[in-house]
Design a protein around this ligand. Structure first.
Ligand SMILES: C[S@@+](CC[C@H](N)C(=O)[O-])C[C@H]1O[C@@H](n2cnc3c(N)ncnc32)[C@H](O)[C@@H]1O
Length: 311
């Protein structure tokens, strides 16, 4: 790929252009989403919060906003005030895919707590702020925690996170495209250890939030193959993938929430709209040399977590 696919990065449009494009989309919106007036009112409200403005311009999440959205329930439970903007409050607490990724994070946390064992080596790709590995209970006992991401800003946030957790001595941060981690543009930490890990393989590889930005199935399989090459035989991959709406368990979703979720996805024109059935992901992983041994679902079955073994 060799390009940022989750957000626009330095290429981002101006906000006014993004809002103009959203208004043009609304002119041609499917009627099931509601009237143009309703959609324009939603857009106006959404554009009043920073998250909304960022998503309109970038059509996805970078490391910062991924953490912002995923950690929302924990922050509110810890006493942080809910946002004033009602659209943002809805998005963070009721929008289907956002709630699904918050629940998914808990599945990842449970699995990583089990598989990041004393002396083990783990890779997070794309790492974002790297909360998955840096907050896992086994982090202090692991030998190497490696985070890889193409966005230098993610690498910077992950480095700060590692410092805050007192884990800098065992963390290696690699600025690289996820399809070709062996050709990094920058490495901070022990580069020789990273080279050796690329040769011998990691015990655990974890990945959330990249395959969902890839429309082409062959590209996804190539991504999984590149990770298989970096996983020891018998090692584990923990990976998520969005499922198509017909596969969701709509009995668990309020119809108004579903409609508003669809409206906001449409308004943002999100780039992560590349769902695959769970069976498709199992097959793609299999063709890349992984056997899926467990699948863990969020309540709506929108964003399953797959535990796979490298065979
Ligand atoms: C939705 S975030 C997920 C981050 C992290 N996995 C998490 O769950 O918090 C997507 C991440 O993918 C990174 N990214 C986008 N395109 C990439 C590419 N081609 N190679 C590596 N990382 C990429 C972004 O910089 C961003 O940190």
């Amino acid at each position: 790929m060799s390009e940022l696919i989750s957000h626009s990065g330095a290429q981002s449009h101006e906000l006014e252009d993004a809002i103009r494009a959203a208004r043009a989309r609304i002119n041609d919106a499917p009627t099931e989403l509601g009237s143009d007036d309703e959609l324009n009112a939603e857009l106006d409200l959404w554009a009043q919060c920073e998250l909304g403005r960022w998503m309109l311009v970038n059509q996805g999440w970078d490391a910062f906003w991924t953490r912002y959205c995923i950690s929302y329930p924990d922050r509110v439970a810890a006493g942080e005030a809910e946002p004033d903007n009602e659209a943002e409050r809805f998005f963070l607490s009721r929008s289907v895919q956002v709630v699904a990724t918050q629940q998914r994070f808990r599945h990842f946390s449970r699995l990583l707590a089990k598989y990041v064992r004393p002396g083990s080596s783990a890779l997070s790709v794309p790492c974002g702020v790297m909360d998955d590995l840096l907050l896992t209970p086994g982090a202090a006992g692991a030998r190497w925690l490696v985070g890889a991401d193409l966005d230098p800003r993610s690498i910077q946030l992950a480095a700060e996170n590692a410092r805050d957790q007192g884990l800098t001595d065992k963390v290696v941060l690699v600025e690289a495209d996820a399809w070709s981690l062996d050709q990094p543009t920058a490495i901070s930490g022990d580069a020789a250890a990273f080279a050796e890990l690329c040769a011998t393989g990691f015990d655990v590889v974890t990945s959330n939030g990249l395959n969902i930005y890839v429309p082409d199935d062959d590209e996804v399989i190539r991504l999984y193959q590149s990770w298989r090459n970096l996983t020891k035989r018998g090692g584990h991959l923990i990976v998520s993938a969005l499922t198509p709406m017909p596969d969701w368990d709509l009995a668990t979703v309020d119809p108004d929430d579903l409609l508003r979720t669809k409206r906001l996805s449409f308004i943002n024109d999100v780039k992560w709209a590349n769902p695959r059935t769970a069976d498709c992901t199992v097959e793609q992983l299999q063709s890349a040399g992984f056997e899926v041994v467990e699948t863990h679902y969020d309540a709506a079955r929108a964003f399953p977590t797959f535990l796979a073994v490298a065979v």
